[in-house]
Design a protein around this ligand. Structure first.
Ligand SMILES: Nc1nc2c(ncn2[C@@H]2O[C@H](COP(=O)(O)OP(=O)(O)OP(=O)(O)O)[C@@H](O)[C@H]2O)c(=O)[nH]1
Ligand SMILES: [Mg+2]
Length: 220
């Protein structure tokens, strides 16, 4: 039987940011935008601090210029904690050292730089997270960078702060001669409580990976 050629695109997504900024919760919400409120509540109230890598996948058919692309998202979520809290807890640096050599971690399609709108220092520490991504050489011409201001249900972020950070990030990336355009650094405000911005963020990620992710062909 003759099969039909199917188009696939796959890409990695890396949420980065300090502990408790919402990386794990937001990832779970991005995976399933149609969840029941009971599951939403369970994710919000029962998510614990991460001490290991969390790998999550989802797949969806996306129309790109009239062509159906089966788009797979691969989320690699690490703990935000960089200082050791006690002898038996693990840090971001310890876990990344193990998973660094994953092929999917070589170049990242979407990096989410998350901060918590109610804790200003989590915004200023994004420069450190960006410098880390630069050292790791995760950014390439197919990388979309999104500054995610999370927890906007707690406090409304100042637009000028977000704009300033986006512009500083782009400047730093260009100083290191990464081949990315200014519109590859974007900003989205989210709340994992009200779900504001979550769908918009999901659409940005899926649409980017459908177009710029690794392309494969297969037979249906
Ligand atoms: N009010 C509010 N709380 C949130 C929001 N997003 C996440 N939280 C809460 O913030 C806490 C931390 O969320 P996590 O997703 O565990 O944060 P994380 O960035 O993965 O933290 P680490 O695993 O320590 O790196 C949890 O209690 C969440 O329920 C949000 O948009 N608004
Ligand atoms: Mg976590």
């Amino acid at each position: 039987m003759e099969g039909e050629i199917k188009q696939y695109a796959t890409g990695s997504i890396l949420p980065l940011g300090d502990g408790s900024t919402g990386k794990t919760v937001l990832t779970r919400l991005l995976l399933n935008p149609f969840m029941e409120s009971i599951e939403h509540g369970d994710i919000l109230f029962n998510t614990r601090k991460s001490y290991n890598i969390e790998i999550e996948f989802s797949s969806e058919v996306v129309d790109v210029d009239g062509e159906e692309i089966t788009t797979s998202l691969q989320f690699y979520v690490f703990p935000g904690q960089r200082q050791k809290a006690s002898a038996d807890t693990t840090t971001f640096d310890e876990i990344i050292a193990i998973f660094d050599c994953f092929p999917a971690m070589e170049k990242i399609n979407v990096i989410l730089f998350l901060h918590d709108a109610s804790r200003f220092h989590t915004l200023t520490s994004l420069e450190m997270w960006l410098r880390f991504s630069i050292v790791k050489d995760w950014i390439c011409e197919n990388t979309l960078i999104i500054l995610v201001t999370n927890k906007i249900d707690l406090i409304q972020p100042k637009e000028e702060d977000t704009k300033q950070v986006c512009s500083n990030m782009y400047k730093l990336i260009k100083e290191h001669e990464f081949p990315i355009e200014e519109d590859q650094v974007r900003a989205i405000n989210t709340s994992c409580v009200t779900l504001e911005g979550v769908k918009e963020l999901r659409e940005e990620i899926i649409s980017w990976i459908a177009r710029k992710g690794m392309k494969l062909k297969g037979i249906r």
